[in-house]
Design a protein around this ligand. Structure first.
Ligand SMILES: Nc1nc2c(c(=O)[nH]1)N[C@@H](CNc1ccc(C(=O)N[C@@H](CCC(=O)N[C@@H](CCC(=O)N[C@@H](CCC(=O)O)C(=O)O)C(=O)O)C(=O)O)cc1)CN2
Ligand code: MET
Ligand SMILES: [Zn+2]
Length: 763
């Protein structure tokens, strides 16, 4: 019978227990040992849950207190020098300092840079390395978690991030190529393997998702060196795990590496099944990623069973494993918690627990269980009902999408003309200041929303809380001297979920939390049907906020690509089509805002870069429809309406043409953690429109010194024209507290004013 396993499990907990434990520890309310006890009990609970759902073995060391890439760095002692002192005194505090920065009487430490994990909404901390770096094995965490699982009676398999992927995800402070550190890293990494093997583990899972990327010769060679060295040194059985896409041109390489087993993604890349079967040498274990670890739909037995049959025909059953395509980190834990979904939706869904259960059924059916086969017949009916459900088709939406013409994606005039019209309309000073949209989501605000949702606070009272919050944000911005104001987004639980709740075709869960970074989670809404906007979504809030001030109030929307990318998306329609439906719905909102007198509208697209396919061959097709969707949303607006967009964590070098093609009048981007590195692309390309490179790292509770922001602004002024520069934070302020925000934004305005003076009277 095939062996049922999984590559990793969500860490945050069904009710976000880890989030609460982390945040209370950070506030100083609970001790390190309280936090570690919660973490340990979550690990136990999750292994247990997975076993009960049907897993034969469990991964360990997939758990993390903050991030598994940070853990991988710590496991080879790659701790940058600035954290060393703190690390020697308090390793846990230093770990969190690397993740979120640290400010006290003695230390003032910037955090590591944070960026997206492949094409997911999960963020990892970027290991910061330098040429000549020394590495040393620190196997304590992996070993301890392995012992815990074994003591609890589980067949456990430690997970390590593979050294090649680790280096490709890292950056060096001196600009040297991270792969140049392979010789230095390898002995330490092999010591980790040895330490785990010495515990007697049967298998070690080594994750190398980089094998799903386009690889150059040097990287392919690095793979050979690592796995040859590993095979020469250790007899540990290695499951080399690849996911997030097809191996394609790397299949020969992956199949030839001297490891005991290979995991392949057969959800996103089901087409590689036969090529993998042909390439895999005899005697290897094949771990087949049959069910999708990135989406929430119950799998279709009609699609999976033939694949399973092909597998069982070619691979002896003691060498066949079946698993989700990738770690379950990217889906919520348990769909059976959801009792309030429309129609039959709750039957259509499969979260982490259900996915393991599905795999159990497939394995049992393959072994001849009639009961399992019957259950799969029933599952087949459910999936067929979803695919044929009338709830998912809206003829008006389909007709409108068919009627799209190139006209829809045009502004009336080009940027130069629009800029002149807008200069006259708004009369902003040079280096105008603004913020990205959200202001602190305080505990009071979230508590009020929770009470409102629970029916314990009536609508009028909740509305009053929100209006008070808008007034506070407007007053604060006026006092601070900010030029373009925002209403602060207090009415939004999340920038995607909030819109999903108001759009038809979207459903949302009660407990469907997925970790985004550290303690921060999102509840991605579920797109199950055609998307339409029954009524205006933001106009009342923006109008109210505008009524409180004579300064321009910026309307605030989440763009179509981000609405798509940060949702769980139906799999019965191309993503491009779903995105166009969303774009049309948002376009109506833009026009309603314009009609209500809102002169500046920001259409956030922080997920544009993240949605870029992992393989270059697929980029153009994606960028075409993604840029078009943005342009449809912004299209048809008057020249006097200033369209902003915002992106964070974006590596723009490769997509700068597409960013320019969006033709937003102003773009704000995240740049402060990377010290303005991103601007290189904008200068090389001579990006013409307005641009606000963030000067304030809002993902850290640390308040930046004015000198730091001034330095960042000066760097930006070296490479961009002063007429095109805006001054703003990296991203929205919802995760921050009012006190920090007050200090930081007051400082930011002072820095912008000082720079303005220098523009007028150069020194
Ligand atoms: N979808 C999405 N992806 C994104 C971002 C984003 O903003 N949205 N930003 C980037 C960075 N990622 C982020 C992801 C999450 C958060 C974030 O702040 N999340 C909040 C939850 C947001 C939310 O849904 N809040 C709800 C529910 C809040 C809640 O927990 N309420 C309590 C009650 C009050 C309390 O005790 O806090 C409860 O229900 O139990 C609300 O405000 O209504 C959190 O983890 O704390 C920030 C950034 C990239 N990806
Ligand atoms: C992740 S991008 C966030 C943009 C949004 N307008 C905010 O300020 O929160
Ligand atoms: Zn942002």
């Amino acid at each position: 019978m095939p062996h049922v396993t999984y590559l990793g499990f969500p860490r945050i907990g069904r009710r976000r227990e880890l989030k609460r434990a982390l945040e209370s520890h950070w506030k100083g309310e609970t001790s390190a040992s309280d936090l570690l006890a919660t973490a340990a009990s979550l690990r136990q609970r999750h292994w247990q849950l997975a076993r009960e759902a049907g897993a034969d073995s469990v991964p360990v060391n997939d758990f993390s207190l903050y991030d598994h890439v940070l853990d991988a760095a710590v496991a080879v002692d790659a701790i940058p020098a600035r954290y060393r002192d703190l690390h020697d005194r308090a390793p846990l505090a230093a770990y969190f300092a690397m993740a979120r920065g640290h400010q006290d009487g003695t230390f003032d430490l910037r955090a590591l840079e944070m960026t997206k994990w492949f094409d997911t909404n999960y963020h990892y901390l970027v290991p910061e390395l330098h040429a000549g770096q020394l590495f040393r094995a620190r196997p304590e965490k992996a070993v301890a978690e392995y012992r815990e699982a074994v003591a609890a009676g589980h067949a456990a398999r430690p997970v390590l991030l593979g050294p090649v992927t680790f280096l490709l995800l890292s950056k060096t402070v001196d600009g040297s190529h991270p792969l140049g550190l392979l010789d230095a890293l390898l002995p330490a990494w092999l010591d980790l393997v040895d330490a785990l093997a010495a515990e007697g583990t049967a298998w070690i899972q080594v994750d190398e998702p980089a094998l799903a990327l386009d690889l150059d010769v040097g990287t392919r060679d690095a793979f050979r060196r690592v796995y040859d060295a590993l095979a020469a040194r250790s007899s540990a059985k290695i499951l080399l795990a690849t996911y997030f896409g097809a191996l394609d041109g790397n299949l020969g390489l992956a199949a030839s590496l001297p490891v005991a087993g290979l995991h392949v993604d057969l959800a996103r890349a089901s087409a590689q099944l036969h090529a993998v079967l042909d390439a895999l040498p005899d005697g290897r274990v094949l771990s087949a990623g049959l069910v999708d670890g990135r989406n929430v739909w119950l799998s279709d037995p009609e699609a999976i069973l033939p694949r399973l049959e092909a597998l069982t025909e070619r691979v002896p059953s003691d060498r066949l494993w079946i698993a989700p395509s990738c770690s379950l980190l990217h889906v919520p834990i348990d769909a059976s918690d959801e009792k309030q979904l429309p129609g039959e939706l709750n039957q259509w869904l499969s979260f982490a627990r259900q996915k393991i259960g599905e795999l159990r059924l497939y394995a049992d059916a393959a072994a001849g269980s009639a009961e399992a086969a019957n259950a799969l017949v029933r599952q087949n009916d459910i999936v067929a009902r979803r695919l044929a459900s009338p709830e998912v088709v809206r003829s008006a939406v389909r007709a409108r999408a068919r009627g799209l013409t190139p006209q829809f994606s045009q502004r009336r005039s080009g940027y130069a003309h629009r800029a002149a019209v807008q200069r006259d309309r708004f009369g902003l000073p040079p280096l105008p200041t603004t913020t990205i949209g959200s202001f602190p989501q305080t505990l009071e605000l979230r508590t009020a929303r929770a009470a409102f949702r629970a029916g314990k606070l009536d609508e009028i009272a909740y509305d009053t809380v929100l209006r008070d919050e808008v007034r506070r944000a407007v007053r604060f911005q006026e006092d601070a001297g900010i030029d373009v104001l925002v209403h602060g987004e207090p009415e939004r639980n999340d920038m995607v979920e909030y819109f999903g709740e108001q759009l038809e075709g979207y459903a949302f869960t009660k407990y469907g939390w997925v970790q985004s970074y550290g303690s921060r989670c999102v509840k991605p809404p579920i797109i199950y049907g055609d998307v339409a906007r029954p009524a205006a979504m933001t106009v009342a809030w923006s109008s109210y906020a505008q009524s409180l001030t004579t300064k321009p109030m910026k309307g605030m929307l989440t763009g179509p690509v981000t609405m798509l990318q940060w949702s769980f998306v139906r799999d019965d329609l191309p993503r491009a089509d779903v995105c166009r439906q969303i774009a049309l719905a948002l376009r109506d909102e833009v026009h309603d805002l314009e009609r209500a007198g809102i002169g500046i509208v920001q259409i956030d697209e922080p997920a544009l870069r993240e949605g870029l396919p992992l393989r270059r061959a697929d980029w153009d097709a994606y960028l075409d429809w993604a840029v078009e969707a943005f342009r449809i949303t912004a299209g048809g607006t008057s020249d006097a309406t200033q369209v902003h967009t915002h992106m964070c964590y974006s590596e723009f070098n490769d997509i700068i043409e597409a960013v320019a093609a969006m033709d937003a009048d102003v773009i704000s981007i995240e740049t402060s953690r990377s010290r303005m590195e991103l601007l290189e692309a904008f200068t090389r390309f001579q990006y013409p429109n307005g641009i606000g490179p963030g000067v304030y790292d809002i993902h850290s509770p640390r308040v930046p010194a004015q000198a730091e922001m001034a330095d960042l602004l000066a760097r930006a002024l070296q490479v961009l024209a002063p007429e095109q520069l805006w001054v703003n934070p990296d991203c929205g302020l919802k995760t921050r507290g009012w006190k920090e925000v007050g200090e930081a934004l007051t400082g930011m305005v002072a820095v912008a004013r000082a720079a303005r003076e220098r523009l007028v009277q150069p020194a």
